[in-house]
Design a protein around this ligand. Structure first.
Ligand code: ATP
Length: 235
């Protein structure tokens, strides 16, 4: 479904991604783990067109997307939930969700998707007329995921969904991530610093260090890999 081949991405003179190659098959949950500053967010930004790569190719559903802008990439079926959520704090929950569907014209399906989201996150239904900025951290994460789902993505990019949330809320968010993958036919690329959590929900994983991919395997194999255990699982 998604193929990154030899991607190199820079911020000015700083090279953040050094020749990385990643592939994701339809229906998978794939995770990218690594330390602070390894290049995980940049990988997502390169896919979504926010920080375009300097060289290499990105193919999505058989078409090259590395030369498209962020809006065109959303229209192709890729939505990103950014680190830190970035919901619109002065817009209501409903207005935030409407923003997620801004490229769509299929009104009946939009309504159906909204109902599905309110079933998945009843708290967002209760708070639909409340400003986004007044929600708790966990509720804002639910809103950020829901806003991305309102674009009906085929591929959902999640950047650190556990960041700053209490353990019980994180558990709930990860159950929902699995549910979105299973019931919504949505492929998921998950960036996480919490490697243990990410590898328990994912099918496969990549490990990133200093802008390079250093390991790639099934999540089950990475969970018992001695290097991964020592460096990322604290075992
Ligand atoms: P974190 O978990 O802390 O977000 P990360 O693995 O997502 O880390 P990136 O945010 O992708 O890593 O950063 C990769 C490298 O690029 C780091 O060296 C970082 O300092 C640098 N970098 C990131 N954003 C910028 C920017 N806007 N300008 C310059 N350098 C940047």
């Amino acid at each position: 479904m998604l193929d990154l081949v030899n991607i190199q991405t820079y911020y000015g003179n700083i090279q953040a991604l050094k020749n990385i190659s990643i592939h994701i098959d339809e229906g998978e949950i794939v995770t990218l783990i690594g330390a602070n500053g390894a290049g995980k967010t940049t990988t997502l930004m390169s896919i979504s067109g926010i920080v375009p790569p300097k060289s290499g190719t990105i193919t999505f559903l058989g078409e090259p997307i590395h030369d498209l802008n962020a809006e065109q990439i959303v229209a192709r079926g890729i939505s990103q939930v950014p680190e830190g959520r970035h919901i619109f704090p002065y817009l209501t929950v409903m207005e935030n969700l409407d923003m997620g569907a801004f490229l769509r014209t299929d009104k009946r399906n939009i309504r159906a998707d909204l109902e599905m989201i309110f079933e998945m996150f009843p708290i967002l239904s209760d708070r639909r007329h409340q400003e986004g900025g007044t929600l708790s951290g966990g509720e804002q994460q639910m809103l950020a995921i829901s806003r991305a789902l309102m674009a009906r993505p085929r591929l959902l990019l999640l950047d650190e969904p556990s960041l700053g949330l209490a353990p019980l809320i994180i558990k709930k968010i990860f159950i929902i991530i699995k549910e979105i993958n299973r019931t919504r036919n949505t492929t998921i690329f998950l960036v996480e610093q919490n490697a243990n959590l990410a590898l328990h929900v994912a099918d496969r994983g990549y490990v990133m260090e200093n802008g390079s991919i250093t390991m790639e395997d099934t999540a089950a194999a990475l969970l018992v890999n001695e290097d991964v255990k020592r460096s990322y699982l604290g075992i």
